[in-house]
Each structure stands twice: as C-alpha cells, then as structure tokens.
Design a binder for this molecule. Structure first.
Ligand SMILES: [Zn+2]
Length: 646
C-alpha cells in the first residue's frame, strides 16, 4: 500500500512552538507506523511564506521579505531532526516550481470561468487575512483575534466556491472518514447548511506586493490560502510528475482546528474546480494549553520544541504529547505532567521492566535467550501471549484512526501485565531449584520475546529508545521488519545474544527540578503528648495517629557503602523514597511490583545520605541458632497503591 501524509505548511510569521511540534510529531509517528505496516510512504512538511503578515513582520525587522522568510523557514526545518522527525520532503511556497504551478492552476480555473472580477465591500480581519461574514463575528470581533474587522471596499477576483457547495456536502456525507474526528465533520456540515459565499482570492498590489502575481492581471497578487493549499500538489510534482500519480489518491492531511475551514471547504472545492479528486482524509486536532492557560506570546508561556528536547529528550517529548492528548480535543501541558509521565510510564513501568528482564537473562542464562519449553506453558503464560496478540491488533486499529493515546494505553496495559508476571513467577526463586530449570528458561524466553514485541510497536512513537531496545536484545536494527512479519509471538530465536543495556529512561528528580522555585513554608509540626499507658496499651487515638498505607515498590537499588540498606521508590500513590534495612534478605530485582505496608507519616530521617520518608513494615524472626530473617509485610490481594490500612 501507499501513504501520503502531510502537515500544514507552517506560516513563517513566528518561530515554531509546541503546537507545530505536536502536529509534526503526529505526522511523523503515523508515517513511521505506515512504514512499519510495509507501506511506501511519503511524508511532507514545509513553510507558507507569502501574505500580509509576513510582509509586515519583515518590515518590522527592517529586512526584505525574502531574507526574513529564509531565516524563519530554516528555523522550522532545523526544529525537526532533534525531535527524531524525518520528513521525506520539505516544501517552501517561495520555490519557483510552486509559484509556476499556482499560476497555471489560477489560469485554468479563470479560463473555465470559475474566477470572476467584482467589486466587494466587506469586513476584513488582518489577522485572518480574509473577509469575515457577519455571522462569524462575536460581539463585533473576529473570534480568533478578538479585534473588530475593518470595513474594506475594493475590486477583487473571486473563486466560485458556492458552485461546489452541494457537491461538497454530498461528498462529506458519503465519506464518513473524510473529516475526523466526527465533531469537526459535524462542524463543517453545519457551516455548509447556510449558503456558501464565493472566495476572494486576490489582493491589489497597491496594498500588498509579497505574493504570487495573478497570471491574468498584474495589478493583483494571490490570496495566501489559494497559494498555500496547492503545496500539497506541487510537493509531489503535480500535474505530470510520477509521484503525483503515485501518491495523490491516498493523500491525508493533519491540521490543528484553527485551519479547519480552509482545509475542509476551500481546498476540496478548489480541487473539484481543477478536476482533481479530493484528498482521502483530514485529521483535525485540538490546542495545547500551558498549565490550563492558552499559549500566547503576550502571556510569555510559549513552549519551544528545542527547550523541551534539551530538558527531556526526543523520546519523552514524543511519548508525552501522544499519550497526553486525545486526538481532536484540547490538552494541557505542564512540566509536572511530563515529569510524571517520564518517571512513572517510562522510567518505572517500561525502563525497569527492560533492565530487570535483561539482568535476569544475564544472570540465569548467561546473556543468551534460552529455549522455551512449549509443553510447560501454563495458563498465565498463555494469557500473557494472548494479551500481547490482542494488544497488537488494538494498537494497529488505534494508530490507523489517530487514537494514539489509546494505542499507548493498550501497550502499557501489557507492560503492567508483564511486570506482574515477573512478580508472580519469581525467577529468582526458580533459579534456586535445579528441578525448575526448564520453567525458569521458559519464563526468561517469554520475557525476551515480550520485550521484542514492545520494541517493535514503540518504533513509531519513540524511535530512539526502540532502537536501543532492539540493539540490546541482540536484533539487527537495520533489518526490514513489518507488523505482518514480526508483530506476532515466537519470532525471537533462542540462542540470540543479548547485551546489558544502559538505562532507557533516567528518573527525573522533581525536587531538583523545583529547587529554583520558592520553597513552601513547612507547616508547624504538632506536638503531642505521649499517651502510652502504664500497662503498655495505647488508646485508639494514638493508633489513629499512625498513617499506615499500602505502597507499591516501583524502583529499588542498593545504597553504596551499606550492606544492609536498600533505597526504595514507592507509590502511595505519589512517589516517595523509603530506606529499608532489607538488603541482606532481598535483591533489588525481586522487589519491583510488590506491594508492602508502610508507615507513611514518620518524620523524614537521613540514612547513609538518603532521606527516608516513611518506614516499610516487615516481620522479624530468629531461628534457634540466633539467625535473623526478615519477611516483608503485604496485603493478601492487590489493592490500589495508597490504600489506607487500619
Ligand atoms: Zn481574525
């Protein structure tokens, strides 16, 4: 199959921000996903460089428009590689080939009488660079720019858009996939329920010269949208290039909701007038707010992609935006939210799973993927394999329909399952018993094969981390693999040599991140009288002062220079560090995923340089020879981390 996917060409009146990055990450992810499905894919992005706002921005900088657009276009082009975004083609509307094609199209549409000259007076919004209708105004203002439009009367050229209204309504109704998500399809249909006005497609050169001259009247330049939309055709060599033939019939556009109307109404009617079939699908997404506030230059909260990559790395940024936003709806960005995703989903759930599994294959199987014993598969194994297969199917479905957050939820569901699989199967216990050798090898094979599948489905989302995983699993990263050939159970060959990888995702210390911010004043600690009674019994009130909770261990490591202490990261459900004197009884590896009981309101104490926020409860027993043994406390069934014990 063939895929042609585009971002809008970005308007070069400002530098790239989080919104541009999101659209482009989505498009790159989809492009990589379709490649993983075996498609011949073309992914195009670029810059839109004509129009009034550009001419004004250049003037404000005291440079020529040409010099100005070169600089900003370069900033867009350079923003993508650090995010692991790899377009196949970057188009600029100042390219001579594009200009020529736009003029040819204008001439054709003019010759067939779909463009006419007329006097027009209307309400013009400079921000939108178009005439607004009375209906569009909110309290007399442009709803996007919150300013009243100017009354302008001038002679201009018009495209007979109204002529294609019925055709467009019919096309949208017959093709449910044409505009998605559905809310935007409904919005367009509702707009089309009123008579459509013709589109003014020219600007007099007395007012603006930075544009493509109309081929049939030198006193006018082309309205920027009639120029810009055509990039989707010129980028693939319209009208007679081989790539046009190859890609146009499957064209899909990704846009933010602010440019729905040009893409859902102007563009298909323009194509229809030209005699070119419409694009196949239009995918519309919502806005990113920052800390619940609209991102804006005047508030000073504009997020730049470069800063995000420097702070979190490309993989985390990509994962975060895809996981956090429901495609089509607005979402909110905050550094707290991205740190939480990194620590919880990436460092704990995926990163720990990966390093633990590799450590165990190293320790118990000499760094070689062992032979599984198929006859020994039990119900839990089969359930896990089945869950992986269901996940792959769900993942495909959701990636194809741009439900990236759901695709990732499906993947993480099985990552959680595999983490519990380790806790239940206790490979470290199996390793103690020679009779359990076959079972141990089967469990280790299942771990390796599951990781391989994760590394495969995560390729489109986190290309760099997925590549690290693939390499650590001893697989050839240059091998051409597809979901059809490799997205199934049992591909990992026993005997494959793995290597102990580096950490996939570092944990981010929230305290360090927030060190610059004002520290909140600590509340006064309450002083309480000891209420122990003479017979050693305590009152209920005293007991109630203890905050006992169920905590889930998400990370564990030895504390240097101590044989006794482990540093645990637990979820209650917020994460905290607890130091526990259990190092001689438990390996860090076997603790992850376990639920334990803790005293949550113990005063913080520093042990070997690490501050402990609470205490893990364990039973202590002594045998006849005086040897001590510690056994961790827990609950008899899994409960939500943070559940109160009382
Ligand atoms: Zn406006």
């Amino acid at each position: 199959m063939t895929t042609y996917i585009t971002t809008p060409i970005y308007y070069v009146n400002a530098l790239p921000h989080l919104g541009h990055a999101y659209t482009t990450i989505v498009t790159d992810t989809y492009s990589r996903f379709r490649k993983l499905c075996g498609d011949d894919v073309r992914f195009q992005t670029g810059t839109d460089e004509h129009g009034e706002k550009i001419s004004q921005a250049a003037e404000a900088e005291g440079v020529s428009p040409r010099k100005y657009v070169d600089r900003i276009s370069r900033a867009f082009k350079d923003a993508w590689p650090p995010l692991a975004i790899e377009p196949d083609h970057f188009i600029r509307t100042t390219n001579p080939e594009h200009i020529q094609t736009v003029q040819d199209i204008l001439q054709q549409v003019f010759d067939q009488d779909d463009i006419y000259f007329s006097e027009y007076s209307g309400l013009y919004c400079q921000g939108c660079e178009r005439f607004l209708t009375e209906k569009e105004l909110v309290d007399g203002n442009c709803p996007d720019h919150l300013k009243p439009p100017k009354e302008i009367a001038e002679q201009n050229y018009f495209f007979r858009m109204s002529k294609y209204q019925d055709w467009l309504i019919d096309h949208i109704k017959k093709h449910p996939e044409f505009i998605t998500p559905e809310r935007y399809r409904n919005e367009v249909l509702s707009f089309l329920s009123e008579p459509l006005e013709d589109l003014c497609i020219s600007r007099p050169t007395s007012r603006l010269t930075w544009g493509i001259p109309l081929p049939f009247d030198e006193n006018f330049v082309t309205y920027v949208w009639f120029d810009a939309l055509i990039n989707y055709l010129t980028g693939i060599g319209y009208p007679d290039g081989p790539d046009f033939e190859r890609y146009w019939s499957v064209a899909e556009h990704v846009i933010a909701k602010d440019i729905l109307k040009p893409h859902a109404i102007f563009w298909p009617t323009m194509l229809q007038a030209m005699g070119v079939p419409p694009y196949k699908r239009l995918h519309v997404h919502g806005y990113w707010n920052v800390d619940e506030t609209k991102m804006s230059k005047s508030i000073g909260n504009v997020i730049r992609p470069g800063e995000l990559v420097d702070q979190y790395g490309a993989d985390t940024v990509r994962y975060f935006v895809l996981r956090e936003m429901s495609f089509g709806l607005d979402a909110s960005f905050s550094s707290q939210a991205i740190i939480d995703r990194q620590n919880s989903d990436l460092a704990n759930d995926l990163g720990n799973l990966f390093s633990r599994a590799l450590t165990m294959i190293g320790k118990y199987a000499g760094n070689v993927v062992p032979e599984p014993f198929k006859g020994l598969l039990n119900d839990m194994d089969r359930e896990l394999i089945n869950a992986l297969e269901v996940m792959i199917a769900q993942y495909r479905l959701n990636m194809n329909t741009f439900n990236f957050n759901r695709a990732l939820q499906e993947v993480w569901k099985v990552i959680g399952l595999l983490n519990r699989y380790i806790v239940t199967n206790e490979p470290w216990e199996l390793a103690k018993n020679a009779d359990k050798e076959k079972r141990l090898m089967t469990v280790l094979y299942i771990l390796a094969e599951s990781l391989r599948i994760f590394s495969l489905v995560l390729r489109p989302v986190m290309p760099r981390a997925a590549e690290k995983m693939t390499a650590a699993l001893g697989l050839d990263i240059t091998e051409q693999v597809t979901l059809d050939t490799h997205g199934k159970w049992g591909i990992m060959r026993p005997g494959t040599k793995i290597s102990q990888g580096r950490q996939l995702f570092p944990r981010i210390d929230k305290k360090k991140r927030q060190a610059g911010k004002n520290q909140q004043a600590k509340p006064e600690e309450k002083k309480k009288e000891e209420t122990t009674q003479e017979n050693g019994l305590i009152g209920f009130d005293t007991f109630q002062e203890l905050d006992l909770r169920v905590a889930e261990i998400v990370a564990a490591e030895k504390i240097k220079k101590s044989d006794r202490l482990l540093k645990l990261t637990v979820r209650v459900p917020d994460e905290r560090t607890i130091v526990a004197g259990i190092a001689s009884f438990y390996d860090p590896d076997e603790l992850i995923g376990r639920q334990v009981l803790i005293v949550a309101n113990l005063k913080p104490a520093k042990l070997m340089g690490v501050t402990s926020h609470g205490m893990v409860l364990a039973a202590k027993e002594k045998d006849d020879e005086g040897n001590e043994r510690l056994v961790l406390s827990t609950v008899s069934d899994r409960v939500a981390p943070g559940s109160k014990v009382g």
